[in-house]
Design a protein around this ligand. Structure first.
Ligand code: FE
Ligand code: FE
Length: 183
């Protein structure tokens, strides 16, 4: 199967803000940096870097219901990555709905754009869904990723550039446009 040029997507389509303080590219880089700094393994760092990939790969689909972007992102990466990475991308919206249901301090810190999208995403999770998510082996990873996701919206953050993730991306997606990669 042909590869997927993730760096090209981040470079050419990562400038949109979607209501947040930072661009989608900075959001992805900050999220990956937070994961890496926390000692996350490569799969979890990769999921952090790519959790909003659907916004870049399917920019015209932005108006589709917000709840689908995790699912769409997972569908894009699934042929290339371990099942855990795709599952974490798929569930990053569900993890937000989970945290909103169980942690009022988390809900209070959501960005305005994230509060808006929560409504379209179905609001806080109900009891049955909560219990099902808690039983999943990758549940804790999903919560860690979601907390980095919320933190990765810092206008003043200085983090490692896209170039530092090219080797990791090439392990899974094949050749990346490294010549274009810049801080
Ligand atoms: Fe997202
Ligand atoms: Fe995000």
């Amino acid at each position: 199967m042909a590869g997927l040029d993730v760096t090209a997507l981040l470079l050419t389509r990562g400038d949109a803000h979607y209501g947040e303080a930072v661009t989608q590219r900075d959001h992805a880089l900050q999220c990956a940096a937070l994961a890496s700094r926390a000692g996350a393994d490569d799969e979890l760092v990769l999921a952090a870097l790519l959790h909003d990939l659907a916004h870049l790969a399917l920019p015209d689909g932005r108006d589709a219901p917000q709840r689908h972007h995790g699912h769409e992102g997972a569908t894009i990466v699934r042929p290339f990555v371990p099942a855990r990475v795709a599952w974490l991308i798929e569930h990053h919206v569900v993890a937000k709905r989970y945290l909103c249901a169980v942690d009022p301090s988390y809900a209070a810190r959501l960005s305005a754009a994230s509060v808006d999208s929560l409504r379209a995403q179905g609001g806080p999770l109900g009891k049955t869904e909560l219990t099902a998510l808690e039983a999943h082996p990758w549940f804790e990873d999903a919560l860690r990723l979601r907390r980095w996701d919320e933190e990765a919206k810092d206008r003043d953050a200085r983090v490692a550039p896209l170039a530092s993730w090219v080797l990791l991306l090439e392990q899974y997606f094949g050749p990346q446009t490294t010549s274009l990669t810049r801080p």
